[in-house]
Design a protein around this ligand. Structure first.
Ligand code: C5P
Length: 316
């Protein structure tokens, strides 16, 4: 990872009395190539991540134990017990740094849960950055990324942000240097969620039955498209091996994809493991139009225009 990409100005002040507020983006996958199932239960991935302008926020305050409260998307549905990725991330950092895991954490969520947008992983990344500042543990971004990988495959990317190549199970991150331009997307969140392991299992089942398209392979075309500024070129290079499995479990999403394309999107595809649908727009104004059309049509729960790339977990 390139240290220069982690400009220090974005880091919260270390060792203060708090509170420390950290904002973290959602991710989309512009290319999601899924390889074979490994012996450790994960699939070998080649993915191009992009961080986009839909944010969660974690606030860390001093406390004499580790607690978590939340508001917003998923409040009441998301368990706040030790299975929560925010608490797991805080504990992993405390253990590694040899400090007591004492903090009062509050999560403000906008990123839909179980949506293929890595919202839980984003919250874990924010908790790492926030607790590192609150406790004054001073880990480098590379060290945080290493701890992040122990919490979940997408967490290291959310610490970094931007546009990046993910390999291994998605946790080995190499920044992709793209021209300083923004891409405009529409995220269409669906009613209900999809379990990531269930979508991977469906993909394995469909592959065993020879019922899947040829796997994507290397992201060379996508990387070349990112070096140009033309969204029409990018539209032709987008791809997601998991789409067939997500559509198999949620055939209704085909209607959302068709609606977004009809509204003028240059491309429409399933985002990550779904059920969120992702549309590429020509520019910011067209993204607004497509989102308005999708919201009026009722073909998704909510459609939001976003742009990327944006930075990873940073002081708000
Ligand atoms: O790493 P994370 O905990 O986010 O992964 C959740 C689940 O998704 C894993 O337990 C695994 O079933 C599946 N997965 C996979 N291959 C990957 C990443 C995740 O099969 N590369």
């Amino acid at each position: 990872m390139t240290e220069a990409l982690f400009e220090e100005e974005g880091r919260p002040r270390a060792g203060g009395s708090g509170p420390v507020r950290v904002r973290v983006p959602a991710k989309i996958n512009l290319h999601l190539g899924v390889g074979p199932l490994r012996r450790d239960g994960y699939h070998e991935l080649t993915t191009i991540y992009q961080a986009v302008s839909l944010y969660d926020e974690v606030t860390a305050r001093r406390g004499d134990q580790l607690t978590l409260t939340m508001e917003g998307e998923g409040a009441g549905a998301l368990p706040l017990d030790s299975s929560n990725l925010v608490l797991r991330a805080a504990r992993a950092l405390a253990e590694r740094a040899g400090v007591p895991a004492h903090a009062r954490l509050h999560l403000r969520k906008q990123i839909p849960i179980a949506a293929g947008l890595a919202g839980g992983s984003a919250d874990a990344a924010a908790a790492l950055v926030a607790c590192d500042a609150l406790w004054g543990t001073g880990r480098s971004r590379d060290e945080l990324a290493e701890i992040a990988a122990s919490v979940g495959s997408d967490v290291p990317f959310l610490v970094l942000g931007g546009t990046a190549l993910g390999t291994g199970r998605g946790e080995v991150i190499s920044p992709v240097l793209v021209r300083p331009s923004s891409w405009h997307w529409v995220i269409a969140a669906a009613e209900g969620g999809l379990s990531t392991p269930a979508v991977y299992a469906e993909l394995d089942r469909l592959r065993a039955d020879d019922a899947t398209p040829t796997p994507l392979g290397d992201p060379d075309q996508l990387l070349a498209a990112l070096r140009q500024r033309d969204p029409r070129v990018l539209a032709d290079a987008l791809g997601n091996d998991m789409q067939v499995a997500a559509l198999s479990l949620r055939p209704d999403l085909a209607g959302t994809l068709a609606r977004g394309r009809k509204a003028g999107a240059l491309a429409g595809m399933i985002c990550g493991s779904g059920p969120t649908c992702l549309f590429l727009a020509r520019n910011a104004a067209q993204a607004e139009e497509i989102a308005a059309d999708l919201n009026a049509s009722g073909s998704c729960r909510i459609a939001l225009p976003v742009f990327g790339p944006v930075a990873g977990a940073r002081a708000a």
